[in-house]
Design a protein around this ligand. Sequence first.
Ligand code: NAD
Ligand code: MN
Length: 487
Amino acid sequence: MTELDHPAEWTYAPAPESRDIARLRSSYGLFIGGEFVDAADGATMKTINPATEEVLAEVAVAGAADVDAAVAAARKAAGGPWRSMSGAQRAKYLFRVARVLAERSRELSVLETLDNGKPIRESRDSDIPAVVAWFFHYAGWADKLEYAGYGPSPQPVGVAGQVIPWNFPLLMAAWKLAPALATGNTVVLKPAETTPLTAMVLAEIFAEADLPPGVVNIVTGAGETGRHLVAHPGVDKVAFTGSTEVGKEIQRRVAGTGKRVTLELGGKAANVVFEDAAIDQAVEGIVNGIFFNQGHVCCAGSRLLVQESVADAVLDRLKERLATLRLGDPLDKNTDIGAINSAEQLQRIRELSDVGDAEGAERWQVDCDLPTQGYWFPPTLFTGVSQSHRIAREEIFGPVLSVLTFRTPNEAVEKANNSPYGLSAGVWTEKGSRILWMAEQLRAGVVWANTFNRFDPSSPFGGYKESGFGREGGRHGLEPYLEVDDG
Ligand code: NAD
Ligand code: MN
C-alpha cells in the first residue's frame, strides 16, 4: 500500500529508546544485609527480553539458606536503629530514595521495558512516575503515624516477607516497600522470576541512600524461593500480589502461625457502559481498561458490559480504534502494545482464547503483523459471550476482552457481580446519581466512573471475594504494617 492510497494516514518513523540507557549488567546478585552476594549454592537463572527472547542477564536464585540469611538480616535490623529512630528520620531516607528514583527514571523505564516487554510509553509515563509518587507519599506519612487513626503510638509489625508479580515489577515493589518502611518495618522482598532487574537497581539505590543494612533485603528466584520466604518462622507479616491459586496456597501455609497476611489476587472486572455515556470517551476507557500493559493487569476491565441499545455503535467504534493501535518493539516510543511477558503466559492466553472459540463465542482480532521473535498476542474481542462461558469467568491476563450486553441497570449490576472476583469495576454514564448507585451496588474494591485504571498513592486499592483482602495505598495501606488494636 502506498501513501497515495491513504493520504490521510500518518506514517511513523521508528523512534526507539536506546537500550544503553538501561546500564544492563551481565549478572545480578542477592541483596542481603546491605551487600550484594551470590546464592550460597551458586544457583542462577536467566532473565530474558520477551520481545526478542534474548537473554538479558543472569540472576541469583535464592535457596533456603539465602532466605534464612535475608530474614536474619531483616530481624536484626528490626531491633536496631531503624526501629528506634524518629519517623522524621525515617522519612529522610524515603525522600532520598524517591528523589534518586526520579533522577534515574529514564534508566529504570528502559530496563523495565527490556525485562518485562511493556511499551516504553507506559514504563516512562505510568510505571516509574507512580513508583516515585508512592515513595514520596509514604515518606510523608513516616512522621505522622500517630495522626493516622491507629492509636497514639502505633508500632511496626516487625519483619515483612513480600512476594510480587511480573506485570508492574518496580511499581509492585514500591507498593510493598514504601508503606512497610514508613511504618518502621524491615523487609525481605521477592520479585517475580521473569522481571527481577529493576528491583536490583532499587537495591542499589537503597545502598547508595545509606539505608541501614538489613532494612531491605531482596532475594530473587521463582516460586520455590517465595515458598521458603512465606513459610519462614522469622517473618511476622506476609504480603503477596499474584495469582489466586498461589494466594490460596499461602493462606493455607500461614494458617495457625499468627502471621499477618494481605493478599492482592486476580480479577475479572466489569466495565459497564450505559446508553447515555459519551461514547468516544467510553471507547478510550475500554481500550485503556483491557489493552493497557497487554492486559496483564489484575484490575483490567476484561468484561465489557454494554447496554444493548448502543452495543453495535460501541463495538464499531471500538474496532476502528483498535485498528489504530501499534503493536511491536516495546522500546519504540510510538508503540501501544508490547510483548506478552513470557512463553507460559502466552500459552495461557492462547488456551483460554481457544476455549472461547470452543464455547461458541465469536472472536475478532486486529489484523496486524506479529513479530517473528518473542511472545505476542493481538488485541482480541469476543462477542456473543454468556455468563457461564469460561472467558467471562476466568482471568485471562492478556489483551482479550469478553463482551456481554444488558438491558436494565439492575441486569448490569447482577451480571457485574456474578463473578468469583471483586477487585475493580468501571461505570460509564452521564448521570451522577447512577454513578453513585452503581458504586454502592458493585462488589468491587475500586469503582472508576468515566475513567479506568487510574491510580493514586493516596487512594486505597484491594479486593473482595477471591480477589483477596487488605488494602494498599493511602492511609489504609499503613494498617497492614502496624500493630493495630482491633478491640
Ligand atoms: P504467580 O502467582 O505464580 O506468581 C506471583 C509471584 O509469586 C511470583 O513472584 C512467584 O515467583 C511467586 N510464587 C509462585 N508460587 C509461589 C508459592 N507457592 N509461594 C510463594 N510465592 C510463590 O503468578 P504467575 O504464575 O506469574 O501468573 C499466573 C496467573 O496469575 C496469571 O495468568 C494471572 O491470571 C495471575 N496474576 C495475577 C497478578 C495480579 O497482579 N493479581 C499478577 C500476576 C499474575
Ligand atoms: Mn524478563
